[in-house]
Design a binder for this molecule. Structure first.
Ligand code: CP
Length: 315
């Protein structure tokens, strides 16, 4: 693997999931692989899980880790070419990415969608600029349109918890008062489309995801109908793609409650976290045995580790 920016960088996603599950049994077996290698983790946005799990994964592989909060700890970065840099951005990504590439063997980047200009966000300017100028492999820690390390952890979790060969997986929108990116939902849909699952997406009208991410999913606008017989309920809020970045409704009827979970086939509740309790999901669901959000977050280590292992193996 040369980079890990999207599913397209993975030659065999199902084998990658199985490799992660094996690696989890013996986490320090590849400690020599990362000796004298450095990963730089660059955060344009906040993080708990991605930051700590990727550090842990790199350390399990014997790597050195450098972490930087871009725009807070460093200079503001200009992404556009040909501009007169007379504003608040003191350094161009051309130099910054190339310089960080001198210090690091792998660079991992988190940069969320700004949700102002759909074309700009869906061009993935930040992560693609790093790929263009860094000269070393790039790992996506959540970009404008995708969160593939999360999706890989989700696939590992579904593989571990499934009770039938082809489970029914439902991605459901849940209410939130803020405008949130589509990245997690997009990426989850992309990975579910190539998994051995019956994949259903449910959301209020107006929250349709981009067609290239929905793929062959069955879209059902009635949440209760979508939940019937489900094995996994994957909950996420996202803002509108069509009416880009807008919050069209905060309808609390879309919150995940135990009476909806009772429609499932003893379905497991999943969420990438962080989650706002009693806004998107009730305490009762989140604190129930049906919730697997903690082992799901735990699997972020193994998704990061298997990706870094594959990249290191090719250096
Ligand atoms: N799920 C996830 O990416 O968590 P963080 O935003 O805390 O990294």
């Amino acid at each position: 693997m040369k980079n890990f920016i999207s599913l397209a960088d993975v030659s065999d996603p199902k084998a990658l999931v199985q490799e992660a599950i094996q690696l989890k049994k013996n986490p320090f077996a590849d400690k020599a692989l990362g000796k004298n290698k450095t990963i730089g983790l660059l955060f344009f946005n906040s993080s708990l899980r991605t930051r700590l799990s990727t550090q842990k994964a790199a350390q399990n592989l014997g790597m050195e880790v450098m972490v930087m909060n871009v725009n807070q700890d460093s200079w503001g970065l200009e992404m556009m070419d040909g501009v007169v840099m007379n504003g608040d951005k003191a350094e161009h990504v051309k130099e910054a990415a190339a310089v960080i590439g001198q210090y690091c063997d792998i660079i991992a980047v988190r940069s969320f969608a700004e949700l102002k200009d759909r074309n700009a966000d869906y061009q993935e300017i930040v992560i693609n600029k790093f790929k263009q100028y860094a000269g070393v492999p790039i790992v996506n820690l959540e970009s404008a349109t995708r969160h593939p390390l999360q999706s890989l952890a989700d696939c590992i979790t579904i593989e571990e918890y499934k009770t039938k060969p082809r489970p029914k997986v439902v991605l459901t929108w849940a209410p939130h008062f803020k405008s949130l990116p589509q990245a997690v939902a997009n990426s989850f849909s992309e990975w579910m489309n190539i998994s051995d699952v019956d994949f259903v997406v449910t959301h209020p009208e107006g929250y349709e995801l981009a067609p290239e991410f929905v793929g062959n999913a069955k879209v059902i606008y009635d949440q209760r109908e979508a939940f019937e017989g489900a094995d996994f309920i994957y909950t996420k809020n996202w803002s509108s793609y069509k009416n880009y970045g807008k919050v069209l409704t905060q309808n609390p009827d879309w919150m995940i409650t135990m009476d909806k979970m009772l429609l499932t086939d003893n379905g497991k509740f999943m969420h990438c976290l962080p989650v706002r309790r009693n806004l998107k999901v009730t305490d009762e669901v989140l604190d129930s045995p049906q919730s697997i959000v903690i082992p799901q977050a735990g699997n972020r280590v193994w998704s990061a580790q298997v990706v870094l292992k594959q990249i290191l193996s090719g250096l």
